[in-house]
Design a protein around this ligand. Sequence first.
Ligand code: SAM
Length: 322
Amino acid sequence: MSAVEGRLQTVAQVAHDVAQGLGRGALPRDVGRLVGLLTGRRRDRAADYMNDPGLLRAYVALYLPKNAARVALLLEKVRAEHHLRSLPEAPRVLDIGAGPLSGLIGAWAAFGALADCSALDRSRRALSAGQDVWAALPTGARVRTKACDLRDKQWPLPASAQYDLVLAANVLNELPPTGRARRVLGWLSHSGAEAMVLIEPGTRLMSRAVMALRDELVAGGAHVAAPCPVQNHCPLLDTRDWCHTALHHERPETVRKLERSARIKPGPLLLSYIVVTRAPAHPVGRRVVSGVLDGGQQQVCGPDGLVTMKLRGARRGDALRA
Ligand SMILES: C[S@@+](CC[C@H](N)C(=O)[O-])C[C@H]1O[C@@H](n2cnc3c(N)ncnc32)[C@H](O)[C@@H]1O
């Protein structure tokens, strides 16, 4: 097992223990309620669902380890493609819409060491549950948490608080779509960070929202290091398809049990993402953006737009050299 997967196993066990202490009663029942809520229609979701003790403990037990795994394995993949090279060995990370610090915990699992970090969320309870998990992990770093509303115009941190990397995982869907690009560019600029990683579920709806946002960010002067090989208009937006990635993860036993109880089908972790940088990016040559199609070909995005090619053993989301 890799060091990253080993740390993710520890995270799942600690998160499960903390969740047990957050309430009484059967955890699988709360998990069932939460899964129904998060996979249902957004307008049926109360804005402060993280403040419901049963839903929060279910989130900590199931989604914290899963989302930490998404962040950790994505950061590992992105670094293997030689992005985020300028980050120090122990970066200062700002987690936006952090919930119970899933992003920071994933960053710790990926990097193995972090400098002091910060987390923003409107739910004090979620931040505090995340601090409980953090305190039980051997991170050696402090996290400063700040409860705030990300819709506010004012930046919630002092100008002296500067970071190397910004993470925003599974939060865009909870913010108003108007002015999204401006808001996200503000996060990069206020934080002082060199790079920002935005992660959303790998569903058609959310991936296409990320693809559209990516076009707007480029138009606003940002650079996209990954997954896009080119900086111009996303060609997949002109199709009905969506750019997403499958990450393979050895699900910890505690997660597998809860997934079984909530009837969640086991499978790869699906996500959509963009790595936004301040400096011009050095993107990969081409990116595989489909599974194997009829005729054994796969769709590839690159400088000539979308092309189909016969590839050997390539998976959706893989980078190709040229
Ligand atoms: C689906 S959770 C994601 C949490 C964490 N990033 C993860 O990936 O597990 C979305 C989070 O965004 C927070 N959130 C939603 N709208 C917000 C707002 N306007 N201001 C601050 N936080 C907000 C919620 O409280 C919640 O913790």
